[in-house]
Ligand binder design. Structure first.
Ligand SMILES: NC(=O)c1ccc[n+]([C@@H]2O[C@H](COP(=O)([O-])OP(=O)(O)OC[C@H]3O[C@@H](n4cnc5c(N)ncnc54)[C@H](OP(=O)(O)O)[C@@H]3O)[C@@H](O)[C@H]2O)c1
Length: 313
């Protein structure tokens, strides 16, 4: 469909009940030039500002459901955030992961092609093998686990199709949201230390942890600038999970003596993790004017949100 500058742009978000999806909606509704269509599996989990956007239940594995929702809204942009994101579950249940991450994305791609929608796909640092991170957009992917493989296959498929596309690679997203199905490093460490747990974290893996709000802002900068191609959108600090745990404990005044260092060889996870990833964000800084927070600033924001949530109880 046409994208006249005088009318509002419609942005459809998949997986809107997830952490990133919630932040995309919260950030998107602050721009009056956009109509936000939030879609997710099952009913909406949003607790506030429900009058500022439209929610439609949409399971992306259902081709008819996807076709119906796209025909109703003919979105200018689609931010495809829905995914099976539990890396170990993806390794064990490959058929389901294949269905959710590859086949279901095909439903979204086909609908974008049909309606001329610009597709913004959220991918991952796990497309890389972790031998030489941090990575630029031009480095060659070589996934070491099934989740990463499904994301890379999808990236390649999108690039081969006739539609406007943007691939956003991100890593280790943290933040708080409503009724999330998954935890993340800041929440997990904070909660673990609060209940007095001993915690072991690896100090041989590196990542550039990403505040969920920063990722949402980066995706929406892609919309504002109508940018296409691959972009790394992540935090700017290169840290190990051990570093992140210590910084989290320090910020919340929790007992960091309970945190011990370990390395990947002592850590038994079903799916192999790439060792050194992290993303170089110079392209996004230059082209999109993307300005992420430091990890310390990010934890301060999460902490404020915790306090606000407590006040509203
Ligand atoms: N979190 C990270 O560290 C990280 C790192 C790199 C890339 N990413 C990517 O960022 C995106 C957002 O991740 P996130 O952190 O927001 O994860 P999340 O909280 O797990 O959100 C993913 C959302 O996708 C939904 N979903 C799964 N299958 C669906 C289906 N068939 N139909 C409709 N919705 C479906 C989930 O629904 P339910 O809530 O019902 O399960 C969930 O709400 C994903 O594409 C992920 O791969 C995340």
């Amino acid at each position: 469909m046409g994208t006249s500058t005088n009318r509002k742009k419609t942005i459809l978000i998949t997986g809107a009940n997830g952490l990133v999806g919630q932040k995309l909606v919260e950030c998107g509704i602050t721009n009056e030039q956009w109509d936000i269509i939030a879609t997710g599996r099952g009913e909406s989990r949003f607790k506030s500002r429900k009058e500022d956007f439209t929610y439609e239940p949409m399971d992306i594995t259902g081709i008819e459901e996807v076709s119906r929702v796209f025909a109703k809204y003919t979105p200018d942009y689609v931010i495809h955030s829905a995914s099976m994101t539990d890396v170990d579950r993806c390794e064990i249940n490959r058929d389901l992961c294949n269905e959710q991450n590859i086949h279901a994305t095909e439903n979204i791609v086909a609908a974008c092609e049909k309606h001329g929608s610009h597709l913004i796909f959220i991918s991952t640092d796990f497309v890389f093998d972790g031998k030489k991170g941090p990575y630029t957009e031009d480095d060659k992917p070589n996934p070491v686990n099934y989740y990463g493989w499904t994301k890379y296959e999808t990236e390649k498929s999108i690039q081969s199709r006739k539609l406007a596309w943007t691939i956003i690679r991100t890593n280790l997203v943290y933040g708080i949201g409503h009724d999330l199905t998954r935890s993340n490093i800041v929440l997990w460490v904070k909660h673990g230390l609060e209940v007095g747990k001993e915690m072991s974290l690896v100090d041989d893996q590196v990542r550039t942890p990403t505040l969920a709000e920063d990722l949402a802002a980066g995706c929406l900068l892609v919309v504002s600038k109508n940018a296409t191609g691959i972009f790394n959108i992540s935090g700017k600090d290169l840290l190990t999970p051990y570093d992140m745990a210590i910084l989290t404990a320090d910020y919340f005044g929790l007992d960091k003596e309970k945190i011990t260092r370990t390395d990947s060889s002592h850590f038994n996870q079903v799916a192999k993790r790439p060792i050194k990833t992290g993303l170089i964000i110079e392209k996004a800084q230059k082209i999109l004017d993307f300005q992420p927070k430091s990890f310390a600033e990010g934890i301060a924001i999460v902490s404020k949100q915790f306090n606000l949530a407590k006040e509203n109880l």
